[in-house]
Design a protein around this ligand. Sequence first.
Ligand code: ADP
Ligand code: ZN
Ligand code: ZN
Length: 802
Amino acid sequence: MTVASVIVDVPAKQTDRPFDYSIPEHLNGVIVPGMRVIVPFGPRKIQGFVIEIKSNSDFGKLKEIIEPMDLTPIINDELLALGDWLTEESLCYKISAYQVMLPAALKAKYEKKIRITGDIQALSEELIHVFGKKDIITWEEAVEQGVLSLLQKEAAKNTVEIIYEVKERVKKKKLKHVFSSLTKEELIVAKEQLPVQAAKQRDVIDFILHTDSPIELRKLLSELHISSSTVKGLIQKGLLAEKELEVYRDPFEDRQFARTEPLPLTENQLQAITPILASVEENRHQTFLLYGVTGSGKTEVYLQSIQRVLQSKKEAIVLVPEISLTPQMVKRFKGRFGNQVAVLHSGLSAGEKYDEWRKIQRKEVKVVVGARSAIFAPFENLGIIIIDEEHETSYKQEENPRYHARDVAIERAMNHQCPVILGSATPSLESFARAQKGVYALLSLPSRMNNQALPSVDIIDMREELRDGNRSMFSRLLLEKVKDRLEKREQIVLFLNKRGHSSFVMCRDCGYVVNCPNCDISLTYHRANQQMKCHYCGHEEQVPRQCPECSSEHIRYFGTGTQKVEEELVKVLPEARIIRMDVDTTSRKGSHEKLLDQFQEGHADILLGTQMIAKGLDFPNITLVGVLSADTMLHLPDFRSSEKTFQLLTQVSGRAGRHEKEGEVVIQTYTPEHYSIELAAEQDYDRFYEQEMMLRKIHKYPPFYYIALVTVSHEELMKVVSVTEKVTTYIRSKLSNEAICLGPVASPIPRINNRYRYQCLIKYKREPGLNQALKKMLDQYQQEIHTNGLQISVDVNPFILM
Ligand code: ADP
Ligand code: ZN
Ligand code: ZN
């Protein structure tokens, strides 16, 4: 008997273990570890992952596997083992660990088909018969005909493949196309009858004569440099017709990138790359922290390290934050390695993502560049993993499994005995501390290429501006400098740090702030529809005309959104051309890139935006960067708020003066004396590190202590308090005296969506029993979690403490 151990797709405590199924005779040898299968589970048929094939089972009578869902394993052995590790580390269910590794198209319910990729005659006779005249059959047909094992052999040879027809709910993009319903002969005759002066119309007909399918109107116009009236004339004459046709989205890979050659490295770059190359050559795992300011040549070091990895026939994963996964970034990798590069980012549709993933699985590419989840790229022969901007908090996934890509990278690199490079101009405190202790090898690139000077920075105390009677959101110095740049026709970036507090509605007389009725948090004002909205539960309401507390009519929104800033700018600088970049102006696909292109081409003087403009901008004409409110993030209930402020300000300042022209930065703040602002202005990471480490030590935070956060929520306050109390007591009893268990306390946001929230924060250095205790605790409450709406979440190494 052959038996398959299967992790079933039921994310619950009771099912979080392998179940044994017998493999029916005809599927013997077809089913292998890493494949998905359909199995009977109670009265249902569900899907599961095969994790092991064995010859017997400890259980008596086994049910049979119904059918496989894949022709080849979709999770390789290394990733199967990684799933176990992830389960232990992040306390998630096994099934969640495997699901997170797969592209969305493999998770949802898509229609599955099998397609012939090569010559049909190369297939066996039985298969030729099954396919008949078609080159695609449905999975169901294949099952009915009993040819799965035959197809599997073909799949191994890449002669057939499975495709997932994604039933996309997103609207397909349709554009106007023109074509002619006349025959070629009729068209030629018609062309000759056109008036002599209609030269452009004749050009159009010539063009149409040489194309076989409808052409996109926009393309036709730009190709022939004509206006749409020319085409309209032809349509009116009945020579052409027009219709809406679907066009495919254009992911990066359709573009041709000019090939680039490796640059001769500088002395500093050589010193940094040598130990990396040695570790590649010796197949030795090591984690490097590449610490270098923006523009110091880190990316060139990445590129040349990857080159060496490819030479030894191995593969590379490059992670970049989603927000910096711009065409400029992709271009650098595709420019060097061409079509050996796959790109995984959230702008792709589920189908496109699956296509990229499949290229990796089929070994058609050697390098993947992507955001967080690309760390699970199914390579089998990894030679290097690179994490750029390693300090970015988006590398932590904030839902189950709550993993950090950096930890997964190091785990995978140990499995493959290859190096990890963590790159940053402002490394996370955790990583820099590890480098100081020698756990990571520290490599530094201390200066910018061509030794460009860092921009000079002015800090403006906005309280002083107010005392001097300046009530505007622009300090006098900033305004003066902006005017100066407008005259010189140089470009300006204005940055509004919105994370933390956005526009809320407040009474000017009594200070009443309009809160969400369901959550203990203020409502955010949206100008577009004059509504206030809760970002946690979605509640929406009109702005009141009168203060509900004191009946004053001076109730209005407070805080500064980008729209407000733009309006103010227009008032004081009517001549300035402004591009605004925020969630509102960039929600349409491709609009982000379009706005940046416009700015780069000089169609605007000022680029105004939020977080999203902090990264990657590298335009020679930017000589002034203004930060409108540096301290909005400082007051968040988060021990990393200083670190985040420092990183963001350093990054924004780095946008100025990247090229020949010198750059200046103006930082406006209400707390100019705060060390994270002062030291960011001086771009002094080392002193910031010292200062912040001292505070972390005093307050017992990472990197001196690890932390874990348990959050309990329920509709009844008493219930929440009593459960959190018990949880805290239990966990405390399982830990040594060295650990600190803070709780129960109300969460910084004490109520969301009418559910009260309490937490217990655990600080510890070494507690081998902690994970076990947390698991046991979750088990104990399992019943209540299922039946009475109790929620308990555990986040080991949390990045959001709210
Ligand atoms: P970072 O990734 O640290 O921001 P980059 O690798 O983008 O730095 O380098 C900054 C600029 O310097 C880029 O325009 C890059 O092409 C150029 N550059 C990098 N290394 C070299 C080199 N060895 N010789 C000449 N130019 C280089
Ligand atoms: Zn009031
Ligand atoms: Zn709410």
